[in-house]
Design a protein around this ligand. Structure first.
Ligand code: C2E
Ligand code: CA
Ligand code: CA
Length: 781
C-alpha cells in the first residue's frame, strides 16, 4: 500500500526523507542486533525475501479513482517471521524483502525510497507490538498480538502515506484518511496477515515441508485478489470510455476535444497530471501511445508504459487507442461539419464565396459602414469574351480560365475584401471602407489584370470585363446593391464592354424601359406584328439582282425600333426562336410573289441566330418553309460568331438541311473570329464580308488588298463571296476592278425595301441573265 507522489513541495520532501531515514536507522539497528545475537530458525526463513517480492505484486485496489488505496499482503510474511525468528532477524529479512521488491519496480525513485521507508518503519512498529504483547507461544494472546501487529503495520502505512499525500497536494489530512474503503482494507488486511501466523504455528509443530500446503490458500487468495482488482479496473475503464464517447458527440471545438482526451486518458490509466501528454512525436521506448487524427496533422497521445497491479501495459495501450479513436471520430465529425458549411457557402470550382455568403457579408458590411460612417462599394463583373472560349475549347478549358480569373481578381484587391462568384462568368467584389477614387483604381486593376488575356490550349484568347459599381447608401439592402451593380454592369456592356460604369438612378429607369420594350416585342411576335423588308443582292459583273435578303422591322408605339436593338434583346430572352419562326413564315408568304417578279431563279436570304439551330423543331420548320417557296433558293445567314460557337447538334442540323438544298452563309465575316480553319468543317456555301472591309477600299490601297485576299481565300475554298456595305460608286468600281468578288450588297445598289417596292425593282431588272453557273448558292445540289 502506498501512494506514489510525483514532484513534491519541500515540506513533503523532508517528511519523506525523514521516513526513509527512520526506516534505514531501524534496519541498521536490526542488522547490528542480529549479528550480536546470532541467527536462529528453521532455515527456510531466507525464502521470505523472494516471497515478499512475489506477494507484493498482487495488491488489492480499493476505491475506483486514481490514488485509491492499494493494499499489499506481503506483510503476512512479516507476521510469519516475527513469530518464527528473533525480532532483529525478522526485521532484517523483512527489510531486505521490501528493498528487493521496490528497487527493480518501474516507479519513480522518490516513490521507491518512500515506499521502502514506510515498509521498514511499519515493520519496526509491528515488531515492537508483537514482541511486547505476545506472551506465551501458541496462546490466544499471541494470536491477538499478531492481529494488533498487523493492524499497527496497516495504521503506520495508511497514516504516513496519508500525511505524505496531504503535504504534497496541500490537502487536509482528514480528507486523505477518511476514504471510502479504508475499513474494508483493514478488514481484509488483518485476516490475511494472520495467514503468516498460521504458517508460523504449522512450522513449529510440523516438518518444514508441510508449510508448502499453505501455498494453496495463499495462491487462491492472490489470484482472487488480482481478478477482483482487474475486474473492477476493467469496469471502471469501460465507464470512463463510455462517458468519453458520449461526451465526444457534444464537443464543438478542437480544443475541447483534445483537453477532454488528455483528461480522460489520465483518469482511465489512473495517472497523475504530467504523465499523459498530447504531442507530435510518437512514443519512445518505455512509453505507450496512440495516434490522434484530427484531419489536419496527426498527433500522439503518450503515457509511460507501466506494469501495474490494476492492468498491463498492453491493456493501457488498448485503452489509449480506444480513447484516441473516439477523439479522432469527434474530429472527423467536426471537419465534416466544417466542410459542409464551406461547400454550402462557396463555389465548388473557384472556391470563392458564393452568392449566399456574399449576401451575408454584404448585409454585415452595410451595418458596419452605417455604424462607422465609412463607405462600401460592390462591383459586379461580367467577363467579356468568355463564352467563345467555352464554346470553342470546351468546358474544361472554360473552367481553367474561370479559376485563373478568380485568382487574378483576388490579387487585385485587399485581403479583407470579398471576391465572390455569382455563377457562370459573373463575379462580384465587395470593397469595404473605401473612397470612390480607390474603387476606380480597383476597377482599373481588374481591367488590366484581365486585359492580358488567357492562354487556352496554346491559343492566346482575349478577355475583359464589364464592371458595374454600386455604392452602399443609407437604407440600401444587399439585394438592392446587387441589383444596382448588375444594372450598371449591363450599362458597361451596352457602352462597348471592357469598362466600368457607376450606378445612377437613370440606369434603373433605362432597365425598366428595356423590360417594357421586351414585353412589347413579345406581344408583337405573338400577334405576328413584325414586317420584313428586302435588300437585293446584285451580281457585280452585270449589276443584276440575283437575290434578296429579308430583314426584320418592328414598330413599337409608332416608333420603329432598330434590329440592332431588338434582335440582341430577343436573343438574350430566348424570344428569338419564335421571332425567327415568324420571319420564316413572313418570307415564305412573300416568296412566290418575288420569284414571279424576277421571272427566274431567285435567292432569298434569311438571318437566323444560333439559338434557333439548337432548337429541335427548327429543321422541320425550315423544311415546311421550303415547301411553301418551291421556286426560291433559301439561304440561311448566321454571323461568324455564331459559327464558332457551334455545337454538335448545330452541325448535324446544318448538314441535314444543306443536303436538302439550303445554303448557309457566314454573315459579318472577318470580325468574329480570326481563325478560318472552321470553314472546312462547315457545310457553308457563302461568305458575306463585313461592311467594315469594304468601307475604305476606294481610299486605301491596303484595305482593298485585304478584301481581295479574303475574296481569293474564299474562292480557294470554293465559297461564293458577297461584299456588304457598298455605298459609293467608287467602292463599286474598286470592287469590280480590283477585288473580284462576284456579289455585292449596299445602299448604293439597293436599300432594304418593303416587298411591293422590291417587286417593282425586280420587274424593272428584266434583262435575262444566266446565273446558274455563277451563283452556286442559288443552285441546290
Ligand atoms: P446584317 O445581316 O448584316 O444585315 C445587314 C444590315 O446592314 C442591315 O441592317 C442593312 O440595312 C444594313 N445595310 C445594308 N446595306 C448597307 C450599306 O450600304 N451601308 C450600311 N451602313 N448599312 C447597310 P439592319 O436591317 O438594321 O439589320 C441589322 C442586323 O440585324 C442584321 O445585320 C442582322 O444581323 C440582324 N437582323 C435583321 N433581321 C433579322 C432577322 O430576321 N433575324 C435575325 N436573327 N437577325 C436579323
Ligand atoms: Ca445578314
Ligand atoms: Ca452583315
Amino acid at each position: 500500500m502506498a501512494a506514489a507522489p510525483t514532484r513534491r513541495p519541500t515540506v513533503s520532501h523532508c517528511f519523506d526523507g525523514a521516513v526513509l531515514a527512520l526506516g534505514l536507522g531501524l534496519f541498521a539497528w536490526a542488522v547490528v542486533a542480529m549479528f550480536r545475537h546470532g541467527t536462529q530458525g528453521p532455515g527456510v526463513e531466507w525464502l521470505a525475501i523472494p516471497l515478499i517480492a512475489i506477494i507484493a505484486r498482487f495488491p488489492m485496489l480499493l476505491d475506483r479513482g486514481a490514488g485509491g488505496i492499494e493494499v499489499g499482503f506481503d506483510s503476512c510474511v512479516l507476521m510469519f517471521l516475527l513469530c518464527t525468528v528473533p525480532p532483529a532477524q525478522a526485521i532484517v529479512l523483512w527489510s531486505l524483502g521490501v528493498i528487493v521488491t521496490q528497487l527493480p519496480s518501474d516507479k519513480r525513485p522518490a516513490s521507491k525510497s518512500f515506499n521502502i521507508g514506510v515498509g521498514l518503519v511499519g515493520g519496526g512498529v509491528s515488531a515492537a507490538i508483537i514482541t511486547g504483547l505476545r506472551g506465551e507461544l501458541g496462546s490466544p494472546q499471541e494470536l491477538l498480538a499478531v492481529a494488533l501487529g498487523a493492524a499497527g503495520y496497516f495504521a503506520v502505512d495508511f497514516l504516513v502515506s496519508g500525511i505524505s499525500v496531504a503535504l504534497e497536494a496541500h490537502s487536509s489530512l482528514r480528507a486523505q484518511l477518511v476514504q471510502p474503503g479504508s475499513l474494508i482494507a483493514v478488514a481484509c488486511f488483518v485476516p490475511f496477515d494472520s495467514l503468516g501466523y498460521l504458517g508460523a504455528v504449522v512450522n513449529r509443530t510440523s516438518p518444514w515441508w508441510v508449510l508448502c500446503l499453505l501455498a494453496v490458500p495463499l495462491v487462491t487468495l492472490l489470484v482472487a485478489t488480482r481478478a477482483v482488482t482487474r475486474g473492477g479496473e476493467h469496469a471502471r475503464r469501460l465507464s470512463v470510455l463510455f462517458a468519453s464517447a458520449v461526451r465526444a458527440q457534444t464537443l464543438s471545438e478542437p480544443r475541447q476535444i483534445t483537453d477532454a482526451l488528455v483528461r480522460d486518458a489520465r483518469q482511465l490509466l489512473g495517472l497523475k497530471t504530467r504523465d499523459v501528454v498530447l504531442r507530435d512525436a510518437p512514443p519512445a521506448s518505455g512509453e505507450i501511445g496512440a495516434r490522434l487524427r484530427d484531419g489536419r496533422r496527426d498527433r500522439w497521445l503518450v503515457a509511460p508504459s507501466q506494469l501495474r497491479a490494476r492492468s498491463t501495459s498492453q491493456a493501457d495501450q488498448t485503452a489509449l487507442e480506444a480513447l484516441a479513436a473516439v477523439s479522432s471520430d469527434a474530429f472527423a465529425r467536426l471537419r465534416l461539419g466544417e466542410d459542409m458549411t464551406h461547400l454550402a457557402r462557396h463555389d465548388l470550382l473557384t472556391n470563392l464565396p458564393n452568392r449566399g455568403l456574399l449576401r451575408d457579408r454584404l448585409e454585415h458590411a452595410l451595418l458596419m459602414s452605417r455604424r462607422r460612417g465609412s463607405s462600401l462599394a460592390l462591383l459586379f463583373c461580367d467577363l467579356d469574351g468568355f463564352k467563345p472560349v467555352n464554346d470553342r475549347f470546351g468546358h474544361a478549358a472554360g473552367d481553367a480560365v474561370l479559376i485563373d480569373v478568380a485568382q487574378r481578381l483576388r490579387d487585385c484587391v485587399r485581403e479583407s475584401d470579398t471576391v465572390a462568384r455569382l455563377g457562370g462568368d459573373e463575379f462580384a467584389i465587395l470593397l469595404e471602407d473605401v473612397r470612390p477614387t480607390e474603387v476606380d483604381a480597383a476597377c482599373e486593376r481588374v481591367l488590366a489584370a484581365l486585359g492580358t488575356g488567357a492562354l487556352v490550349a496554346g491559343h492566346q484568347v482575349p478577355l475583359g470585363a464589364s464592371i458595374g459599381i454600386a455604392f452602399g447608401e443609407t437604407g440600401s439592402s444587399a439585394e438592392h446593391l446587387l441589383r444596382n451593380a448588375d444594372m450598371a454592369m449591363y450599362q458597361a456592356k451596352a457602352r462597348g464592354k471592357n469598362r466600368y460604369v457607376q450606378y445612377e438612378r437613370s440606369l434603373g429607369r433605362a432597365r425598366v424601359q428595356r423590360l417594357e420594350l421586351l414585353e412589347s416585342l413579345r406581344t408583337a411576335v405573338a400577334a405576328e406584328d413584325l414586317r420584313l423588308v428586302y435588300q437585293p443582292v446584285i451580281q457585280v459583273d452585270t449589276g443584276r439582282i440575283v437575290g434578296v435578303e429579308a430583314l426584320a422591322r418592328w414598330t413599337s408605339k409608332g416608333m420603329s425600333v432598330a434590329p440592332d436593338v431588338f434582335i440582341p434583346m430577343a436573343e438574350e430572352s430566348g424570344l428569338v426562336v419564335a421571332l425567327g419562326d415568324l420571319v420564316l413564315d413572313l418570307a415564305a408568304a412573300d416568296a412566290q410573289r418575288l420569284v414571279a417578279a424576277r421571272g427566274g431563279p431567285l435567292t432569298i436570304g434569311i438571318n437566323i441566330s444560333a439559338q434557333q439551330l439548337r432548337e429541335p423543331a427548327f429543321v422541320a420548320k425550315v423544311e415546311e418553309t421550303m415547301l411553301k417557296m418551291p421556286d426560291a433558293n433559301l439561304v440561311l445567314e448566321l454571323t461568324e460568331r455564331d459559327y464558332v460557337s457551334h455545337q454538335a447538334p448545330d452541325l448535324d442540323a446544318m448538314t441535314y438541311l444543306s443536303e436538302r438544298g439550303v445554303a448557309f452563309a457566314i454573315d459579318d465575316f472577318g470580325v468574329g473570329f480570326s481563325s478560318i480553319g472552321y470553314l472546312q468543317d462547315m457545310p457553308v456555301r457563302i461568305i458575306k464580308t463585313d461592311a467594315s472591309f469594304s468601307s475604305a477600299i476606294d481610299r486605301d490601297e491596303r484595305s482593298c488588298a485585304l478584301l481581295r485576299s479574303i475574296t481569293l481565300m474564299g474562292q480557294a475554298l470554293e465559297l461564293d463571296v458577297l461584299v456588304e456595305g457598298i455605298e459609293r460608286t467608287e467602292q463599286l468600281e474598286h470592287l469590280r476592278d480590283h477585288v473580284g468578288a462576284p456579289f455585292a450588297q449596299g445602299y448604293l445598289l439597293h436599300r432594304p425595301m418593303p416587298v411591293a417596292q422590291v417587286v417593282e425593282a425586280l420587274r424593272a431588272d428584266t434583262a435575262p441573265i444566266d446565273v446558274t453557273d455563277k451563283v452556286t448558292a442559288a443552285t441546290p445540289a
